[in-house]
Design a protein around this ligand. Structure first.
Ligand code: GDP
Ligand code: MN
Length: 415
């Protein structure tokens, strides 16, 4: 399960294209509103506000030390220099100056990184005390195989969970929750027990898990990933980090959450595609891809790899592929200068292949010389043969195929 950034983004596209990611500080606010214990913090967008935030936190918490955390939609910020400890207000100021505006590169950002516009000033909760602090991993997600929610947890928090899964899979536990019963008290106790907790920390953990699960269901989330959940040296349990992904389709029930969307974090082409009712994901390769359906997107990924290429992006046109829609799709795909060829891989079921082929030919002709790269079209399904004939007869710079291998060869021939 060692995902590179490209695969991670692609999987998100396939599995979670109907979702909205939040910043850590927004996720923590939602958790806190459901009674989940979180590391307290205040968001700021300037060094001056950061210092004011630190002062006000010191007044309410009593701690003079603060942690300054870059707010971007990507994990691994600690490794990339986006999480720093400040022991004085001067340090808060200088760290804030350094982090705000920086281009933060982590294993989960695109290669060029992401610009930091906001930072979270949080109380330092790793203070030394009688016993040791420990970092725990916990996530809540839907197990698609069983159709049940599940809590995944591990004593190996703080680090990359994919690495834990690879090296020490026996240290990752899962607890499935029957949706009709909700999380049962015995399950919360089992989790606290498996995490090796006892006494006050054990009790705190059962409360934490129950509140976390209520928050997950109540906010219509599709993913909570809390890494780390901290056991403090005085045995409190709290969320130090929060990756919260909400289900887009449920936002009508949460008008206040809909406003949390940060368009600065989203690729401008993705936003444009969204507005046109298309699904788009930006990747790092050289082949632009137009598909219908997430399953076919997976197969297309294989097809391109087989041809020695790498996807530059994926665009899902969904159920209709008329000329207007295909044209919009071509224009969006071509906004990416990395695109050296476009592969159209469409299965004609309800939408007949010859209709799609006509859409492609019409769109191509409408666009005049806007298309400067070769297009490979693989249409399979209803009326696939007629579709191929239509394209071959058009005289355009479009290569057609019906078989998977043939399409792979044609992509290879133009790269
Ligand atoms: P991520 O790297 O993007 O996952 O960001 P996290 O919020 O998980 O923070 C990364 C790491 O910073 C954590 O695993 C901790 O080791 C450290 N960290 C976070 N909060 C504190 C804090 O309050 N005090 C100290 N000393 N370290 C912290
Ligand atoms: Mn983390």
């Amino acid at each position: 399960m060692d995902f590179c950034a490209t695969q991670r983004r692609f999987l998100n596209f396939v599995l979670e294209s109907d979702s909205m990611n939040l910043h850590e500080y927004q996720g923590k606010e939602i958790l806190a509103s459901f009674g989940v214990n979180v590391q307290r913090g205040i968001v700021a967008d300037s060094p001056k506000k950061a210092v004011e935030a630190a002062q006000s936190l010191t007044e309410s918490t009593g701690t003079a030390w603060h942690v300054i955390k870059a707010q971007i939609h990507a994990g691994g910020r600690g490794k990339g220099g986006g999480v720093k400890l400040a022991k004085t207000l001067d340090e808060v100021k200088s760290i804030a100056q350094e982090i705000i505006g920086m281009q933060l590169i982590t294993p989960q950002t695109p290669p060029e990184g992401k610009t930091v516009h906001q930072i979270l000033i949080a109380e330092d909760v790793y203070y030394p005390g009688e016993s040791e602090t420990s970092e725990i991993y916990m996530s809540v997600l839907l197990n698609r195989a069983s159709g049940k929610n599940m809590i995944m947890y591990s004593t190996e928090g703080g680090m990359d969970i994919e690495a834990v899964a690879e090296k020490t899979p026996h240290l990752i536990f899962t607890e499935e929750i029957d949706p009709s019963l909700g999380l049962q008290a015995f399950q919360a106790r089992k989790i606290a027990f498996n995490l090796g907790l006892s006494g006050f920390a054990f009790k705190e953990m059962t409360k934490f898990v129950s509140a976390l699960y209520k928050a997950y269901v109540g906010s219509d989330a599709s993913l909570f990933e809390i890494n780390p959940v901290l056991k403090t040296s005085d045995d409190k349990i709290m969320a130090v980090d929060a990756k919260v992904t909400l289900d887009d389709n449920a936002l009508f029930r949460h008008k206040d959450y809909a406003e949390l969307r940060d368009l600065k974090e989203e690729n401008p082409v993705e936003i444009e595609a969204n507005e046109a009712g298309l699904n788009y994901v930006d990747l790092d390769g050289n082949v632009g891809c137009m598909v219908n359906g997430a399953g076919l997107a997976m197969a297309t990924m294989d097809l391109i790899k087989q041809s020695g290429g790498d996807p530059a992006n994926f665009l899902d046109v969904g159920g209709t592929a008329d000329a207007a829609r295909v044209e919009t799709a071509f224009r969006l795909i071509l906004k990416d200068p990395k695109v050296k060829a476009i592969l159209v891989n469409i299965f004609g079921g309800i939408v007949r292949c010859d209709r799609v082929a006509q859409g492609i030919v019409d769109a191509y002709q409408n666009m005049g010389d806007a298309i400067k790269v070769p297009i490979i079209v693989r249409l399979q399904g209803t009326n696939a043969e007629q579709a191929k004939e239509l394209i071959d007869a058009s005289g355009l710079n479009v290569l057609s195929a019906t078989a998977f291998e043939e399409a792979a060869q044609k992509v290879q021939s133009v790269l």
